[in-house]
Design a protein around this ligand. Structure first.
Ligand code: ADP
Ligand code: MG
Ligand code: MG
Ligand code: MG
Ligand code: MG
Length: 441
């Protein structure tokens, strides 16, 4: 037993932790966990815990289903919303197969591999995701799309229970080591955003999962449902997960160059060029459901064209005005239904491809693209993001760089899921179709 493990065993005892959750995520980014009593901690931390991966979406086939959960010691946290008596702590785990081989279908492992590629080039990747979500009313234990409050953007008055939920989420995340930068009411009724400080990409991907888990658990205690669905209600803003990204080298922000045009370094420009080049394929993971594509439409501050800008929020990539250590590029397409490990891995791989191959982005688009006609967009060579899951999946399959990044196992499973979802959607006759056609035809 290493001294590190001993340290954690002491901590678990001192903090009176009774249960330990070993957490990981499936290919769709849904958190899974196995709970063990604290007396099993020594075994779990030393050897890991075997589990049956065949029932986890996108994991093993039946014939090779045994998987080993290996807790990452750095991710230890007590779950603050659980009772003070008999405390619950969690570790986020890496997944291995026989012979301690990292499992190629583990999203966290996909991200780790990509981080190692970046490290070879001397880079670390920092991300700052902004998660938006709705708080909906639960009726008889079932989530509805009924609002809990009718506040508006940046409203101050703490008028309702939704405000209490947001406060409790902020407090819980702070207890778990998040540095909360801002929390506010969003544009739509009952929609909220909580921003936390950026950090290294693996930590922030873990935090996205923790964030959703905390928000859902705390909302439930108030009889509410925290929904991270991209577009739960037609006609009003959906929920995004804009992701700010920057590369650093030798501890310094590699996007900042005080002497360059716009004070953006070549590395920053190539990163943006790479993201734009691979934008269509990234969409498959950043916008992973049928519903995701109902958010990527004009008019609600969500992007639908492949462009970049220093100012306007209709662009896919925006470069905020801050410079120095805060120099960064914001990718505005991801939504909070995405698997953060896979999404960040694809962003990083696309950016690194830009740097390796010196991919210069086209000129910035500083006017509002929603207001351009198709001819002008064509002249400016502004292409569109995929309009559906089927389209983005096809784009991924055409993108060798991102297929290599995700690996065969993950790509095969993403394709299978995209086909299954598309077929299921097609097999349904939707109310819109009846409204539109039934009386006329
Ligand atoms: P917006 O104007 O889009 O709302 P914010 O100003 O709220 O964006 O910033 C959002 C995120 O950007 C935060 O999570 C913040 O920590 C992050 N951020 C700041 N500096 C960097 C950086 N150098 N690299 C990556 N993310 C950063
Ligand atoms: Mg924000
Ligand atoms: Mg902001
Ligand atoms: Mg927002
Ligand atoms: Mg933003």
């Amino acid at each position: 037993m290493t001294t590190d493990i001993q340290k954690f065993l002491k901590k678990i005892e001192a903090e009176n932790v009774k249960f330990i959750r070993l957490q990981f995520t499936d290919i769709q980014g849904l958190p899974k966990n196995v709970s063990i009593p604290a007396i099993q901690a020594e075994k779990a931390l030393t050897d890991g815990i075997w589990f049956d991966g065949s029932s986890i979406e996108g994991f093993a086939r039946i014939e090779e289903s045994d998987m080993l959960l290996k807790p990452d010691l750095a991710t230890y946290a007590v779950l603050p919303w659980r009772p003070g008596e008999g405390k619950v702590a969690r570790f986020i785990c890496d997944i291995q197969t026989y012979g301690n081989k990292p499992f190629e279908g583990d999203p966290r492992n996909v991200l780790r591999r990509t981080i190692a590629e970046a490290a070879k080039m001397g880079f670390t990747f920092n991300t700052g995701p902004e998660l938006e979500f709705f708080l909906f009313r639960m009726i008889d234990g079932v989530p509805t799309t009924e609002f809990e409050d009718r506040g508006a953007y940046f409203d101050l008055a703490p008028t309702d229970a939704a405000e209490d939920v947001r406060r409790d989420v902020v407090l819980a995340l702070s207890d778990m080591g998040f540095e909360i930068e801002a929390s506010h009411h969003e544009v739509a009724d009952s929609q909220h955003e909580i921003d936390f400080k950026y950090g290294d990409v693996l930590t922030t991907a873990d935090r996205v999962i923790t964030f959703k888990f905390a928000a859902k658990s705390i909302a439930l205690q108030y009889g509410m449902h925290a929904s991270f669905m991209a577009k739960p209600i037609a006609g009003i803003n959906g929920s995004g997960m804009h992701t700010h990204g920057s590369l650093s080298k030798n501890g310094k922000n590699a996007f900042y160059d005080p002497n360059a045009e716009l004070q953006l370094s070549d590395t920053a420009m190539y990163y943006i060029g790479g993201l734009l080049k691979h934008a269509k394929a990234i969409t498959r993971v950043a916008n992973p459901t049928i519903n995701s594509y109902k958010r990527l439409v004009p008019g609600y501050e969500a992007p639908c064209y492949i462009s970049w800008s220093a100012a306007n929020r209709s662009a896919l990539i925006r470069v905020p005005a801050a410079r120095g250590n805060s120099t960064r590029a914001e990718l505005r397409s991801p939504d909070p239904m995405c698997n953060p490990y896979l999404t960040f891995a694809c962003m990083l791989a696309a950016g690194l491809d830009g740097v390796k191959n010196k991919i210069m982005p086209p000129d910035m688009t500083n006017s509002n693209i929603y207001h351009m006609d198709a001819k002008l967009r064509k002249k400016l060579r502004i292409d569109m993001l995929p309009g559906s899951l089927a389209e983005s999946n096809a784009a991924l399959l055409r993108d060798d760089v991102l297929c290599d990044t995700l690996g065969v196992h993950v790509v095969d499973n993403l394709s299978r899921i995209a086909e299954m979802e598309t077929d299921a959607f097609r097999l349904t006759v939707h109310p819109w179709e009846l409204d539109r056609y039934l009386a006329t035809y």
